[in-house]
Design a protein around this ligand. Sequence first.
Ligand code: UDP
Length: 229
Amino acid sequence: MFSTVYGTPKYLPFDEAHPTDATHPYRRSKLHIEHMLHDLAASDPSWQIACLRYFNPVGAHPSGLIGEAPQGTPNNLMPYVAQVATGQRPHLNVFGNDYPTLDGTGVRDYIHVMDLAEGHLAALNFLSGHSPPPPSLPAATGDPPLPTNHHTFNLGTGAGTSVLQLLEAFEAASGKTIPYQIGSRRPGDLAAYYANAHLAKKVLGWQASRSLHDMCASTWRWQNEGPTA
Ligand code: UDP
C-alpha cells in the first residue's frame, strides 16, 4: 500500500505504529484502501489480510528481461539515473543538497524488486498458514484496534541511501560516469524516509537481502541490454 501513508516523519525509522497522514490526496488514496481492507477483515473473520507498505522499489529481474520502462521523463531517481548512464539524458538534476542529511541530498530506503516479490510470498505464506495472531502487532495512535486477521508490514531494507550515494553506486555498477547538476528542492519532498523492517523479519521471517549494488547492476542490465534498450 506504499509507505507514503506515514507522511512527514515524527521519528525515524518508520515502524508500523508510526501515525499515518491523510492530509495529502495521494497518501489519502492509499489509506482509503488500507481502511477498506481493515473494515473487510473486521466484518468477515474468514479474510486474512496483510497490508504491505513498500518503501522505494528499484532494480530489475536478474535476467534483464523484466524491468521498469517509464513513459516520458522518469519521475523517480533510479530510472532517471539509468537514462543518464545510457546517454539518453545529459545529466541528473539533483533536487536539493541542503537537506539535513549526511551529504545534503534526499535519503530513501531503496529495496530491490526481487526482495519485494519475496516479501509478498512470505506474506502469502504467513496468511495461508496463519492461526494465532502474531506477537505484539502495533497499532498507530488513533487507529481502531486491529482485528487479528489484518496485519500491516513495512517492506524496506531499513537502510537509508542518499541521492549522491545511489549515483555513486550506479557509476560503480555500470562503469559509466553520471553527470549531475544540483538544482532546487522538489516541492513536497521529504529529507529522509526509511523503514524499520523488524516486524516483517520477526513475523514473516522475511528480510531484504540484495544490496544497493545489486539494485544498480540489475537496473543497468535491464536498461542497457533489456528489450527496450
Ligand atoms: N530525485 C532527484 N532527481 C530526480 C528524481 C529524484 O534528485 O530526477 C531525488 C528526490 O528528491 C528524492 C530521491 O531522489 O530525494 C528519490 O526520489 P524518487 O522520486 O525516486 O522517490 P520518492 O521521493 O517518491 O520517495
